[in-house]
Write a protein that binds this ligand. Structure first.
Ligand SMILES: [Zn+2]
Length: 89
């Protein structure tokens, strides 16, 4: 058994979408992790119990699509990394 933070899954999903819409923002591993880290720290976790990689029961109550507040935080984080990327050039 393990605990999976579903908010993190939503953050990664939203991050892919936002980066697709903003091709000028760097999408290297460092920047992607910086964006995800910033967003996840500002959001409420949503843990679910997972067994053998599968999430049961509670997940059905959760939307497969990221809630708006998650998208908002990801967009904010993307803006911050766009202005101040941490990767070495
Ligand atoms: Zn980068």
């Amino acid at each position: 058994m393990e605990l999976v933070n579903y908010t993190l899954k939503w953050v990664w999903d939203s991050l892919d979408e936002v980066l697709k819409d903003n091709p000028d923002v760097c999408s290297c591993e460092q920047c992607r992790y910086d964006i995800a880290c910033m967003a996840i720290n500002r959001l409420k976790p949503n843990y679910v119990v997972s067994k053998h990689g599968q999430v049961y029961a509670k997940i059905k109550m959760l939307s497969q699509q990221a809630p708006t507040d998650i998208l908002t935080e990801v967009v904010k984080a993307v803006e911050q990394v766009r202005k101040n990327p941490h990767h070495l050039e």
